[in-house]
Design a protein around this ligand. Sequence first.
Ligand code: PGA
Ligand code: ZN
Length: 410
Amino acid sequence: MSKIVKIEAFELFDSRAVPTVGVKVFTEKGGEGFAIVPSGASTGAFEAHELRDGGLRLGGKGVKKAVEHIRNLIAPALLHHDCRSGLETDKIMLELDGSENKERLGANSILGVSIAIAKAAASEQDMPLYKYLAGENKCVMPRPMMNILNGGAHASNNIDIQEFMVQPVCPASFAESMEICCEIYYALRDILKKKGLSTAVGDEGGFAPNLKGDEDALELISEAIIKAGYSTDKVKICLDAAASEWYLKDGIYRMPKRDKKYDGEELIALWEKLCEDYPIASIEDGIGENDFENFALLTKHLGGKIQLVGDDLFVTNEKRLQAGFLAGAANAILIKPNQIGTLSETLSVIKLAQENGYSAVISHRSGESEDTFIADLAVGVGAGQIKAGAPARSERVAKYNRLLMIEKEL
Ligand code: PGA
Ligand code: ZN
């Protein structure tokens, strides 16, 4: 037992100049934990509530209210509680909030405290965070899904698919994965340069050129894999369509940048065709968050061949994941702690997924910070996969650098 003795909260900024919550927790036995909460752009409708101030200051995005909630409500309720029982401290915050989706205190306030407590507990026991998170479980290094080309809500180019990533199939180590992905990133940059296309990057560090069509991105990435000296058997392409962003109404989707319309069936046919033509190993949110039926149909068609990840579909939420099991929708879940708002609920949904044969992919948000928490989380829960953006932009690379150092320790 070691008591929480002080909690400090700050309004800080994320990688898009958007205010965000930072929390410091101090414990009786000298532990100290610091967490910064990330934030999405293509946020799911069912995510826990991110509390923002509104008004004119900082475009309404200030988090002074969230910070005040930590200082005035959360800190007094948690002081003198055991920092090593995250389940209990999370429960106190959930009860204090009392709402279905954490709208009273804000999921950003609650998550910042929840993660900072875990870090403080690990630090006072002189334990690496991944080991603290693993408990009795075995630590496993993840394979990266490395973002190399950005579109959708993460870039101001004309590409509708939000994320194009590469993933080594059977790397010897995380360090080797990193080398492979970086070499492909350089190759793609060279190809774009030679074609006179932009090498400016989007929110997650991937290149964001204007292209004739989204297929061209797949063409260029396949070319980059080969140019870097790898085969498309050894390195696969992963996509995040973020199709909830495309949903219009009455079962119709519209890719906004190209102004192309699809119904659910046509969208499924598109993914099938792309999987025939390109070495695609994983598609995230190929169907929108409200469309369990078509997500299940997509899973029936492609689920035996590739990974189908539910991000906005599941929002790191146990109830929605259970609905996914029932419907037969997806075969993997994306894990973003700020979609649900506490560490204990995050750990519990990962366990539920793993016990039911769904893979868990640990993920950053498009608005990130220097906090490397998700790297330790991926190793501690043995998720096997992480997506943390491109090997460019320090808020992304920080996670990969942390993983490189963890691999040395293990
Ligand atoms: P977001 O993007 O953080 O903007 O939601 C990441 C994702 O959709 O996976
Ligand atoms: Zn996504």
